[in-house]
Design a protein around this ligand. Structure first.
Ligand code: NAG
Ligand code: NAG
Ligand code: NAG
Length: 417
């Protein structure tokens, strides 16, 4: 059995469907005097990588009026060009190049054609689909088409040159970082790096530095770095990071994608990533992971700088997810005291090392030299740092989830010297 056949069998066994490149049915050609159309799947999210064209054609002295009762398309407020997902309306055929407007976000404009044809082109990129749009048209009788001045070909507004990010990387090793690194990254950024190897080489990726806005309760929903095995559209999410989480990842095939996105508030230093290709005997040895629709729950952790605060295991007080790994870094120019008002983690009384699920508390960064305590079961002791950093690592394995923990910390007195 050849490598390709072996890989195929493995994918079949795992029930993975690779939809990369499958054509999407969308768009249409209308000649009725009124009607409506919708983005694919509306009102559910449109698919990634959509490319749909609708043409509306009238006859005689009738122009076409087009309205958008609803529009919600991926949008960044620095992206005047609608570089990611967009709806473009053309007066005439697309090839005439008379662009009336390229839109994203929630614009609800109306348009009139100046002739017997109007074209709507909808495109989406490989990430962050939104609800899409609802469009309606009707013909309007006019005395004569010649009364309508033909609009010149319009080139869309130039995108701001400030934020350049993302890219395609094919060198066997390299590094990249968040926009403006080590200065704070911009709000509303979205950057996609695609790393591509060839032959029997997979891609290894590490993050030597990460400091993003943290959202330890809900899946890094503010600012995040997502790592995908293959293109982002395959949804084989290897990890989503925020706060000071770091991780090591490797692809199982010739492509790895990193997506950085930031929301409209709070920016920090960002991240630095390094990658290299690894020679492997055969790609088919690497099982393909299943697509993940919603990674909620397995991402967690935060950078905590307030003088006092609390944090919880993911989903608390409901059961924590399996295979979780969360890091909280508490930072202040003070000794830090940490207590656990509640703890309920998987525990065996023959396992004093907490080998299954555990909370580890480090004096400073993660390092076995700095381990102050490893906890599981219902231990509720209080722990003090000797440094101005304390790191709390929560890990769960693939069996027996419990309620988790509630932790409280406070800065107690300045560091000596
Ligand atoms: C459109 O988006 C803006 C900014 O996000 C928001 O303030 C406004 O309410 C939205 N309008 C509609 C009709 O959704
Ligand atoms: C389109 O034409 C109709 C009829 O003349 C007019 O009422 C409407 O305001 C026009 N719409 C736009 C967007 O120009
Ligand atoms: C912790 O667990 C032990 C043994 O299971 C039990 O005896 C004890 O009551 C528990 N303590 C709390 C505070 O739940």
């Amino acid at each position: 059995m050849g490598i390709r056949a072996a890989a195929f069998t493995l994918c079949s066994l795992l029930g993975v469907t690779i939809t990369h490149g499958a054509p999407l049915q969308c768009g249409g050609a209308f000649t009725e005097s009124k009607g409506e159309f919708f983005s694919p799947n509306y009102p559910d999210a449109y698919p990634n990588n959509a490319d749909c064209i609708w043409t509306i054609q009238s006859t005689g002295n009738r122009i076409i009026e087009l309205t958008f009762p609803f529009m919600q398309v991926e949008y960044r407020n620095w992206d005047a060009h609608c570089k990611f997902d967009a709806i473009s309306v053309y007066d005439g055929a697309m090839s005439d190049n008379r662009l009336l407007r390229r839109m994203c976000g929630n614009e609800t404009q109306s348009f009139n054609s100046t002739r017997n044809e109007l074209t709507v082109h909808f495109t989406s990129d490989s990430t962050f689909p939104d609800k899409g749009f609802h469009a309606k048209w009707s013909f309007i009788d006019v005395p004569s088409l010649s009364e309508y001045p033909v609009t010149d070909a319009v080139t869309p507004t130039k995108e701001p040159t400030d934020i350049k990010c993302g890219g395609e990387l094919t060198e066997p090793q390299g590094e990249f970082s968040s926009p403006r690194y080590p200065k704070h990254y911009p709000n509303n950024a979205k950057c996609i790096w695609t790393i591509q190897s060839t032959g029997n080489r997979i891609i290894a990726l590490t993050f030597p530095f990460m400091e993003l806005e943290a959202d330890w309760r809900k899946d890094c929903r503010f600012d995040s770095v997502s790592v995908y095995d293959g293109p982002a559209s395959d949804k084989r999410l290897l990890g989503r990071l925020c706060g000071t989480q770091t991780g090591n990842y490797h692809s199982t095939r010739n492509e790895l994608t990193v997506v950085f996105s930031s929301d409209s508030s709070t920016t920090l230093t960002g991240f630095k990533a390094e990658y290299s290709f690894i020679d492997v005997p055969s790609l088919s040895e690497y099982p393909t992971i299943a697509p993940t629709e919603d990674p909620t729950g397995t991402n967690c952790g935060a950078l905590l700088v307030e003088p006092r605060g609390e944090f919880f295991s993911p989903n608390y007080p409901n059961d924590y997810p399996k295979n979780a790994r969360c890091t909280w870094t508490i930072r202040g120019n003070h000794i830090i005291e940490l207590t656990f008002p509640f703890m309920d983690l998987e525990h065996r009384n023959w396992d004093p090392r907490c080998s299954f699920d555990s909370v580890s508390v480090y004096d400073g960064p993660l390092s076995s030299d700095h381990l102050l305590a490893r906890l599981c079961g219902n231990q509720t002791l209080s722990i003090k740092s000797t440094k101005n950093d304390m790191t709390v690592l929560f890990v769960s394995d693939s069996t027996f989830s419990k309620k988790g923990f509630h932790a409280e910390y406070s800065f107690i007195g300045a560091l000596e010297n």
